[in-house]
Design a protein around this ligand. Structure first.
Ligand SMILES: C[S@@+](CC[C@H](N)C(=O)[O-])C[C@H]1O[C@@H](n2cnc3c(N)ncnc32)[C@H](O)[C@@H]1O
Length: 265
């Protein structure tokens, strides 16, 4: 039902408008708990509401507390594969307003942390409020970094908002800036998210093809892509990457979890 409504709004070019309405609805729904969070934790700097909503969800506790746990889980998964442990250079590709990177100095002590994102408001906020080095990038590569610059690169919910063309361009670019033996961690919409697709899309997905729902600004939260494992394996291998691990979670009814890819070169 919800997916049918979203498809209709997308077809009518009304999805950005509907997303703005949803933002205001979320502001109202979260108002009591967000006020309580601000009162209990006055020293925690939080990004403006729209930046938080656009990149995640508009609940301060989830943005801060749940995301700290998520950051630790991401770091632990990466560390299982990392050979070098000290003086790491770590890139958060698509860092948004810093939900994950703000915690990473606790889990990668002494690392040099970098964040990049096309949203200059998010990057300005990170520069003013968080430790680390923050840069903007364009929707299309290149990044400003040298070849083989990073021991670790992670991208949380970035490929899930890009076109097929950008999947190729960014996989090549991210592998360019990853050190040989470095670890890249990316999330995608895998099998567990198929419950959101209509029957034509499921057929396309099951044939090993990426499913893209566009008709809105590429890279925005409402531009969505779904990637079957066969597609991801081909994408990574065709750009010289090697899949170290693919974690495909089981379906949960309300919020389908994302697939995780650990990649090296
Ligand atoms: C769903 S948000 C996730 C933000 C952050 N990774 C997190 O987990 O909180 C998607 C982010 O990808 C960014 N983005 C979109 N296109 C991008 C691109 N070509 N390169 C890097 N980031 C991109 C958006 O600006 C946005 O901040």
């Amino acid at each position: 039902m919800k997916q049918n409504l979203l498809s209709l709004l997308r077809a009518l070019n009304l999805l950005h408008f509907a997303d703005r309405i949803n933002f205001m609805r979320q502001q109202l729904l979260n108002l009591p708990s967000n006020r309580a969070f601000r009162k209990n934790f006055p020293d925690i700097s939080l990004p403006p509401d729209y930046l938080m909503y656009e990149s995640f969800s508009l609940n301060y506790e989830q943005y801060y507390v749940a995301s700290r746990n998520a950051s630790e889980a991401i770091a632990d998964t990466i560390k299982k594969h990392l050979k070098v442990k000290d003086n790491l250079s770590v890139l958060d590709w698509g860092c948004g307003p810093g939900r994950i990177i703000r915690h990473m100095s606790d889990f990668f002590p002494n690392a040099s942390l970098y964040g990049t994102d096309p949203n200059n408001k998010s990057i300005n906020w990170c520069q003013e409020n968080l430790n680390g080095t923050y840069n903007t990038n364009s929707l299309e590569p290149p990044l400003r970094y040298d070849d083989n610059a990073f021991d670790v690169i992670y991208g949380i919910s970035i490929f899930t908002h890009l076109s097929e063309e950008m999947h190729d361009a960014w996989m090549a670019e991210l592998l360019r800036v990853l050190k040989p033996g470095g670890i890249m961690y990316q999330t995608t919409h895998g099998d567990a998210t198929k419950i959101r697709l209509n029957s034509d899309e499921v057929r396309h997905f099951d044939d090993g093809n990426i499913v893209v729902r566009g008709k809105v600004v590429e890279g925005h939260r409402i531009y969505t892509a779904y990637q079957p494992a066969r597609y991801m394996n081909n994408l990574i291998n065709s750009h010289g990457g090697v899949v170290l691990e693919h974690i495909s979670p089981v379906e949960k009814k309300r919020i389908p979890p994302k697939d995780i890819w650990l990649i090296t070169k």
